[in-house]
Structure formats: C-alpha cells, structure tokens
Design a protein around this ligand. Structure first.
Ligand code: UT7
Length: 411
C-alpha cells in the first residue's frame, strides 16, 4: 500500500482541510442454522424462561461445518465493500477483530484479504475480545485522519460455538456465531467519526478467559481433559463491570464529540444481555427506543455483535443521514470502547448488499495436504445431524486445489 502523510509540518495543517473518517459501507453475515433455547433445553439443564428472563436471548446462529471465522468475515467484508461502492482492491488496511481466529497464525485478516480479492492492503487481527470491533474502528479512524489510509475495512467476526463447554449452562446458552463489517473512508466533508473513548482494566483479566492453548499453558491432553480450551466466565463480575462501564464509556465518547446523550439518535451497544442494555439506557437517562437491540436473535456474538447490529439498524431505517449514533462495547480484558459517529451515507445503499454477495461466492483458501480438520463439538454435531439442518459434508474442509485469490465484485 502507498502512504501519503497528511502534512503535519507547522503551518501546513491550517492550509489543508481536515481529513475525517466516514462510514461508507456496512454489511453482515450470519449462518443460516438456528440454535433455539428449546434446542439447548435438550443439551443442558436449562429452560427458555430462565434464558429469556436473565438474558433476553431467544436464539443464536451456529456456523456450518465448512464455515470458519475467515469465511464469515469475508462475506460480511465483501458486503460492506459492495455497500461502499468501491472495489476490494481499493482497501488499504483490513482490521479483523476476533477472539476466535481460524489459526494462531497466520492472522485471520490475511486469509480474508485473499478471499475478498484484495492485493494491496495491510492486514492484521485485533485482540480486544467483545470490544474488538470498536477498538478496530477507532484504529481505522486514526489511520484515516493521519492520512495513512483512504479506505479501511473493519470486521468483527466470531465462531464462538466451537469454543463453548456444552456442559456449562452458564456460558453455552449465551454465545453465537456471525460477522459484521464496516468500510471507513477518508473525506474532507463534515461529519463522520467523532469522539473515541477506549478503556482497559486488567484487574478483570481472568473474569472472561480461555485458559489453555497459549504460551502460558500450551495445549496438552491434560489441558483438554480439564476443558481449559473452552471459554470460562465469572458471569456476575462481568455483569457488574458491564453495567458500571458501558454507560460511562458511551458518555465520554459523546462528550468528547461536543454532544450530550440526548443528541444521539441511536446507541448501538454490544449485544450481551438485554438487562445490561437496559442498565445503559437507565445510566444515560434515555428510553430503550434509543438503544438498538437484536440480542434475542443472535445472542452474544462478541466482536461481531456491534457491526451486525449497526448494519441491521441502518438497513431497518433506524439511522438516517445527519443522525448521530454511538457504538459502544465491553468485553474480556476487561476492555470497553465507544465511538460517536455523524452518519453521512445513504442508508438505502446497504439493502442490496446481502443479495449481491452470497456466501457461496466467497472462498477462503485451505491449507494443502492437511486433512485432520473436524471442527464440530460432539454436542453440536448431534444437533446439526437432525433432519432439516444445514450440514454440508465434512469433505468440504479437506483441501483441494487453492481457489483463485481474486475475482471481480459483481455490481
Ligand atoms: O461479552 C461479555 C460476555 N459476558 C457477559 O455479558 C455476561 C454477563 N453476565 C450475565 O449476563 C449474567 O451474569 C448471566 C446471564 C451469565 C447469569 O445471570 P445471573 O442472573 O447473574 O445468574 P447467576 O449466575 O447468579 O445464577 C443464578 C442461578 C444459579 O442457581 P442457584 O445457585 O441460584 O441455584 C445458577 O446455577 O441460575 C442458575 N443458572 C441457570 N439456570 C438455568 C445459571 N445458568 C443457568 C441456565 N439455566 N442456563
């Protein structure tokens, strides 16, 4: 990629119009397979009433055997690029927020770069758990405002259902799979991304974590026997952190933008739990109509939840040109982040993207000579084997010849 710096010499700044980061594209992808509370009742000791009253979740999506974080991210990313009306090769930087990468290395962003047919971009993953998309968004804004990039693709994508302990009813009911994306583009027009607030509180580091598989505790038969390759969470502590932090982080971002909460048409909070979102509304002294929610449909999709919600909110007509919105998230770390945005893109642009980019159009290249992939936990495999569920043959994950890396985007 080529970098042209923005002329920060004394005297030069005043002469140049300020470059701002505008959201020009948005898109999302969710797998077609639905895991309902009734399905979970058959897997663990839980019930629909408990899940709905404590979390607001009614169902979540589960990736099919042939899908990966990269494949879902690529579909959402291409949809966002399509909405922005640019070619994939115009993207200068790809930031992919995830806590469920396809591999430890390479980055999932690198796989996505190839899958979307981009030859120019720098690509890297962002590790900030459920706050990852907002952290990536803020990073994209900084790259654009400094002149380092013209178009940045920011993706949040997660395949959490492969990292859940289906014998732990306090976590397995919460999470789902999916991906959302945004394109941020440089412009000297007013509006776009405004105030950023990011926080990290490491005293919460072990409140949501995945104990084994890293350098501290490399994977072994013992770590697997102890189930340390699954997500663990102290629900109550996490809940307390979320209700204490989300509203204050959002408020800080709004105030840094020179605004007050009442100036914000719609808050797009991380979709972890409806009670947490209600606490944000209360903390900001706003009615729930000013909070976007879809946690009932998708559960907690971690880094994917804010961009999926943002794409759906725009496509549903909840955001219009000139509206101010605030995206806000919290997650493991503990992290939290918020960005306030003055919306400038025509909402109608997003509605055609789903039809224009189908999941089957996108191919993530698989490793050659690698045939030991069996990604589905037994409890999920049982569910997916039921008649009527999407269950592509596992042969799909055994590599053949690499797919071509680039293809023109249909308009
Ligand atoms: O992206 C960030 C990710 N994390 C979060 O956002 C999670 C934040 N925390 C939460 O949302 C809530 O703490 C939970 C939804 C996880 C749990 O709700 P809670 O109101 O804090 O429940 P609890 O953990 O205090 O459990 C209350 C009871 C317990 O039974 P006893 O000890 O009172 O007999 C649990 O064993 O509910 C029981 N329980 C369940 N019962 C039915 C826990 N999970 C379930 C379940 N079904 N799935």
């Amino acid at each position: 990629m080529s970098h042209e710096l923005n002329g920060n010499r004394p005297g030069a700044a005043a002469a140049k119009p300020r470059i701002r980061a505008h959201v020009t594209g948005w898109g999302r992808y969710v797998p077609s397979q639905v895991l309902s509370n009734a399905d979970l009742e058959r897997m663990v000791d839980t019930n629909d009433e408990w899940i709905v009253s404590r979390t607001g979740i009614r169902e979540r999506r589960v990736a099919a055997a042939h899908e990966t974080t990269a494949s879902m991210a690529a579909v959402a990313g291409l949809r966002a690029i399509r909405t922005a009306g640019i070619e994939p090769d115009e993207i200068d930087l790809i930031l992919l927020a995830t806590l469920t990468p396809d591999y430890w290395m390479p980055s999932t962003a690198a796989l996505v770069k190839e899958a979307i047919g981009n030859t120019r971009a720098a690509a890297m993953d962002v590790a900030a758990a459920c706050s990852g998309f907002v952290y990536g968004f803020a990073t994209a804004q900084a790259w654009i405002e400094s002149g380092l990039a013209k178009h940045v693709l920011v993706i949040g994508a997660e395949l959490l259902t492969r990292f859940l302990d289906y014998s732990d009813r306090s976590t397995c009911i919460l999470f789902g799979d999916g991906a959302g994306a945004a394109v941020l583009s440089a412009s000297t027009e007013p509006g776009g991304s405004l105030g950023i607030e990011l926080t990290t509180e490491p005293q919460g580091a072990y409140m949501i974590w995945l104990p084994a598989g890293g350098a501290k505790s490399p994977p072994s038969a013992e770590t697997i026997a102890r189930g340390e390759h699954f997500i663990r969470m102290e629900g109550k502590e996490t809940y307390r952190f979320a209700t204490r932090t989300l509203a204050s982080t959002a408020l800080e971002s709004v105030r840094k933008s020179g605004l007050e909460p009442d100036d914000i048409r719609l808050f797009i909070p991380h979709q972890a739990n409806i009670r947490i979102i209600e606490a944000v509304a209360k903390g900001l002294n706003l009615p729930m109509e000013r909070m976007y929610t879809n946690v009932d449909k998708y559960g907690n999709t971690s880094a994917a939840s804010v961009p999926i919600a943002m794409a759906e909110a725009v496509n549903e007509g909840r955001i219009d040109v000139g509206d101010r919105i605030t995206i806000v998230a919290f997650g493991a770390g503990f992290t939290s982040g918020a960005v306030t945005i003055e919306w400038t893109a025509d909402p109608a642009r997003g509605r055609a993207a789903d039809a224009a980019v189908q999941a089957d159009d996108v191919h993530v290249r698989l490793p050659v000579d690698w045939d030991s992939v069996d990604p589905i936990p037994p409890a999920l495999a049982e569910l997916m084997a039921r008649p009527g569920t999407v269950n592509p043959p596992l042969d799909d994950v055994v590599p053949g010849e690499p797919e071509p890396a680039s293809r023109p985007l249909a308009r």
